[in-house]
Each structure stands twice: as structure tokens, then as C-alpha cells.
Design a protein around this ligand. Sequence first.
Ligand code: GLC
Length: 397
Amino acid sequence: MRANWREGLRRDGTPFAFTCPSPRRYQHQWSWDSCFHAVAWSHLEPERARAELRTLVRAGRADGFVPHTAFWQASPRWRRAPFYATAGYRGDTATESIQTPLLPVAWEYAGGATAADLAALEAHARWLIRERDPDGDGMLTILLPDESGLDDSPKYDAVYGRMAHWKPGYARLVQRCRRARWSAATLTRTTDEHVEDVLVNTAHALSLRALARLTGDASWDAEAARTEAALVDRCWDARRGLFFDLAGRDEQRVEVSTWSALAPLALTHLPVEIRTRLAEEHLLHPRRYRARFGVPSVSMEEPSFRPGFNAYRTWRGSAWMNTAWLLVGGLRALGAHDEADALAQGALDAVQRSGFREYYHPRTGAGHGEQRFGFATLALDLPAGFCPSGPRVARTA
Ligand code: GLC
């Protein structure tokens, strides 16, 4: 993690300090990666966690927008530029897109948030609600598939078609968002390629709960409850026992079983019967998600389950450290400690076998993608796993 640390001044003099996800391929700052890095840093050097989270906020705007990717040291190279979700083609310091929001969750781990940090978190939560919930139903909308962090997940194949993240048409999707000035209100009214995403909204609810604890303002709990209720009312499929995304103007359910469909296991305010079904019928089911090394990103029963290596197949079955981290916490909240221990151990075995890799084959533990990958260090927070009611150790500055 120290080797991946980047610190300095942007060309305009703005200071930055963050962990790059990997020294070779991912040299910029990514939103949810930084939140995961902060969880890991909170075990080692919490001061770096705070510096990284403040850098992420600084990459955003005073109105509360926080970008998916921030280019601190260099602009994206011209060849890649069409694929970066920026306002224009040159000179941008960050994308106009978002990524699964986890800032308040990460701040709880980092500890020591000042009044200014909390004000920024509140502005960010308000921005998300104002700009990304155009129909006011309590659920955020994503415009690009990678806004969830699950770029090429098969759950987006039918929604985005030729504009999927791993297809050449993705550049057209970015261009269309640019023309609409990244307005979710416009794009949800005029197009069908947008998603009320279960993982994004699970993270949003977790963040709002964390924000309520950090600020002591119960109105954030009420916002979280609205999102949780919307997830249950609109995304819960009682027959299959999974949560499905809603896509397009007519809010079609996307019935593909990916780890996102299990993510609400981490929402402890959801009815225990629902969480038990997610755990027993899916997460712990040997033909679905219970693999030897971590939690596969797609159910092993899905035809699209293809965990092997390929640069364009990253979220199509492989196990990432955050899949195990989030769901181990959900299992613990249900009191299933033996199962949580086993699951955490499997993910740790993958690290033991292959190092800190971008993702792993859930059956063999083989490491794929980048080496020295930042958020694999979430392993430091296993076997405890994500703690839905706030980290057990109260951290102070
Ligand atoms: C890949 C992943 C995404 C991550 C980024 C940086 O695009 O799909 O989740 O944030 O790399 O590590």
C-alpha cells in the first residue's frame, strides 16, 4: 500500500494524497477503491485514510458531486479519452460520472472526521438524492454500467446491448451522456439505458445510516429507511429470493443472479426472513455462491458465469475481495459466525495463494488481473468483515 501511495500537487496547485489501485494499469484515483483503501489504512495508518478520503472529496465540486475517477497526476491519454466519462475531451481533472457511494462508511472506519468533513459528506448525500433520484422514489439511478463499479457484469448485457462497457459502442453511450450534460433527469426521460442498481442503492443506504451515526442527525436514518423500503418493495423477488435491478423507463427487472442481488444482506434493517433467504438459498448454496475461494461475482449457476482471465471479463464470475468483505459482515449480523469465518478464510486463502490481485478464480484461487491491487487489502478487515452498525473499534484522530 505504501508503494501505491501517490502524493503531490496537481498542475493547478491542488494537493492530493491517495492510493492508486495498481501501479501499472490504474494510476488515477477511483471513488470506491479509495473508500476500500481507507478501510485498510484504518488498520495501519488512519491518517492516510483521512488524507485519501479528503483528496477524493477535493476532486469533486462544492455542490457535493464526487467523481468516479480523478486524474491528479496526468490526464487520461488521448487514446483512452473517448472511454472516460468526462465533460470534454481535454483538460478534465475528473469524470462527470459517479461510482457506488461509500464515503460515509469509509469515514466511520477512518475516524476523526472534522465538521468540514461532515459538511462535505452531507453535501454529497444531498447531491446524490437531488441529481440521481430524478423520480424521487428513494433509489439512485446510474447512467453508465461502470458507475456501480461492476463494469462488465452480465446483469448489464441486456440493458446496454451494444453500448455495454466491454463493447465498442460504449463510447457512444459516454458521448450521449456528454450531450445531455450528465443530467439523469434528461437521460431517464429520453433513453432506456439506465439502472436503479441494487448494489449502488445498498451502498447508498449503508452510507446514509453511517452519516446518521456520524452527524447524529436522524433525518439521514429516515432517508436510508426510504431507500431500504424501495429496495424491498420494488427489487425483492420473493419467488427467487433475490434483489433485482430495475432498468429503463418502464423499470424492467433484470433477472440475473450476481452478487449485487445478495448485497442487501448487509442491510440489517431489512426483515430477518429476507436476509436469511439470501444467505441460505444463495450465498451458502454450494451450486450458487459458496465457492472455495471467496464469493464469485456471478452465481455459478448462471450461464454467464465465466471466471477465467480476460481483460474484458472482470465481473463475470471472479471473486473480488469486496464481495467477501461485504457479505461476511451480513452473515455476522445474522449470527452465522461459523459460516462467516469459513467464507472469510476462503477469501484470505486466495490472497495467501496468489497475493493482492485484482480478482481471483473462485474455484482455484488463481489470481487474475492486476498485481499489488489496492482493494484486495480489504483482507486486513477480514475475518471481521464489513460491520453494518459501524466499525467495532471507535477510531479517533
Ligand atoms: C475496474 C473495476 C472497478 C474499479 C477500477 C479501479 O474498472 O471494475 O470496480 O473501481 O477498476 O480499480
